[in-house]
Design a protein around this ligand. Structure first.
Ligand code: SIN
Ligand code: MN
Length: 268
């Protein structure tokens, strides 16, 4: 349960850092799940250009997915994540737009340019920027291993027209054009590195400007993202919609689970 101060800090800054939300045992179990899933041959998984390493794994929360994990489903439905998301979006009826595990691996893990997540989700047909993402750190996030950076309060600028960058990383990403970015940065607080120990959770607004750098360290930086949207804000029809694993149309309200995620993950 978040305090009113935490909720208002989120609305002010566009993000909220919650250290120690998941235990060492829970983090170890999540990492073991991703090691299992990363060998699966499926289009729900993107690999690094430089080799066969899994870079991004989608839809681990959904029992119908080839990448399904009961543990990540239980975490996504837990009061720690779903309960907090309900408070931050001020709505009890939420569903998951997607889950995404970014396994930014030692030396190989690459950059994400400055962007707002809503740049992609608006094009998914989602009418309002009423979405929040829960990031779970499975490794310590450091500046050297490619932590996220946020521009505090930038979600209050609203949506900024974006352009497709399909050149600078292995990802196709809707990024903020450089002239706009430079102008915004001139008038904004300095970007802050989002650091934390494994088990830290960070909620962030879908319009906050964020980016992350290359992993120059010898340590992996694995992050798991669960994106919550209001059921009332489910995607409308768009031409050539993205696949279900990034743009869920299953918008029925989630039922809250318990906090015993290890037990639930074992099918208990
Ligand atoms: C994102 O911006 O959505 C992910 C960036 C990262 O995992 O470093
Ligand atoms: Mn993003």
């Amino acid at each position: 349960m978040l305090t009113p101060q935490q909720v208002s800090q989120y609305h002010q800054d566009g993000y909220l850092v919650l250290p120690g939300l998941f235990s060492a045992d829970e983090v170890a179990a999540m990492k073991a799940e991703l090691r299992r899933i990363q060998d699966i041959d499926t289009d729900h998984l993107v690999r690094e250009r430089s080799g066969g390493m899994a870079k991004t794994i989608y839809r681990v929360h959904d029992a119908a997915s080839p990448t399904a994990s009961p543990l990540f489903r239980a975490a996504a439905l837990s009061p720690r994540l779903l309960g907090s998301a309900r408070q931050l979006l001020d709505d009890a009826a939420l569903y998951i737009h997607h889950t995404k595990c970014n396994l930014k691996s030692a030396i190989d893990g690459s950059v994400w340019q400055w962007h707002q997540d809503y740049g992609a989700w608006k094009r998914d047909g989602i009418a309002e920027p009423h979405m929040t993402t829960a990031l779970v750190m499975l490794d310590a996030a450091t500046e050297l291993n490619g932590c996220l950076y946020f521009i505090p309060g930038s979600q209050r600028l609203g949506y900024i027209e974006s352009e497709m960058d399909d050149r600078t990383t292995a990802y196709r990403l809707w990024v903020v054009p450089k002239p706009d970015l430079l102008r915004i940065m001139e008038h904004s607080p300095e970007p802050v590195p989002i650091l934390g120990r494994p088990g830290t959770v960070v909620f962030f607004h879908c319009n906050i400007l964020h980016a992350s750098g290359h992993n120059l360290s010898r340590h992996d930086r694995w992050h798991v993202y669960t994106v919550y949207n209001r059921s009332s804000n489910a995607p409308g029809e768009v031409p050539a919609p993205r696949p279900e694993y990034v743009r869920s149309v299953q918008s029925q309200a989630l039922v809250m689970g318990g906090d015993e995620v290890l037990e639930a993950g074992r099918g208990g």
